[in-house]
Design a protein around this ligand. Structure first.
Ligand code: URA
Length: 217
């Protein structure tokens, strides 16, 4: 386990309006570059990410699903409902966090992102993180965790342990990997729910939040 620094070393900063402008510029660049184009041609909307550009907490998922593709918003389907309950249980509101995915467009048949797709999209996600410069990142599931931590380790070994996302710019953000809400929905056992809640409680503690126990369970 890597012990993170108590506070992230942020190189971004700036007002909410300034960060939002930079996020908008990044989105425009993503749309121009279309790094997904060699891999994915059939989708409805780019799902770039959304939330408070000054969020203290950032959630990172895998890729848009059907509902996200239709609406252009991350985590609005069933997994999104569960994520929303988790956020509320942590003592936050969805509007106060930032939510993004590794892939910005829906892969055909919701396939797990390939290494090539991830490599093409990751630089945009990394820039997104640099702009928001959150105090903590929660990675949801294996693809997001592996992308952020650049590791091949299994979820069983990574979840619940703090790691650090480091950038050449000097940005360092503590990362808490946990199971993806879609996985949790498929394996909605008391044990899995307790594991995710204990992971989230570590984040709650680190951010000094007041959890509303029960609402995410
Ligand atoms: N699953 C994800 O990883 N991201 C979404 O936005 C929705 C479902």
């Amino acid at each position: 386990m890597i012990e993170p620094k108590p506070t992230p070393v942020g190189v971004s900063g700036g007002s909410g309006a300034e960060r939002q402008r930079r996020l908008d510029d990044l989105r425009a660049r993503y749309e121009r570059d279309a790094p997904h184009a060699p891999f994915i041609s059939s989708y409805t909307n780019i799902v770039f990410g959304e939330g408070d550009p000054c969020a203290r907490l950032m959630f990172i998922g895998e890729a848009p699903g059907e509902q996200e593709d239709l609406t252009g918003r991350p985590f609005v389907g069933r997994a999104g409902d569960l994520l929303q309950r988790m956020i509320v249980a942590m003592g936050l509101e969805r509007e106060r966090v930032y939510i993004a995915n590794v892939l910005k467009v829906r892969p055909p048949n919701n396939a797990t992102p390939t290494l090539e797709e991830t490599r093409a999209s990751a630089p945009y996600l990394f820039e997104q993180i640099e702009i928001v410069a959150p105090e903590v990142i929660v990675t949801l599931g294996l693809p997001a965790t592996r992308t952020i931590l650049e590791t091949e380790e299994s979820m069983g070994r990574l979840r619940g342990l703090w790691s650090v996302f480091r950038r050449p710019s000097g940005l360092e953000v503590p990362v808490m990997p946990t199971y993806h809400p879609a996985y949790l929905l498929r394996a909605y056992t008391t044990e899995n729910r307790a594991k995710v809640w204990s992971d989230l409680l570590k984040v709650v503690e680190r951010l000094g939040l007041t959890p509303r126990r029960g609402e995410g369970q």
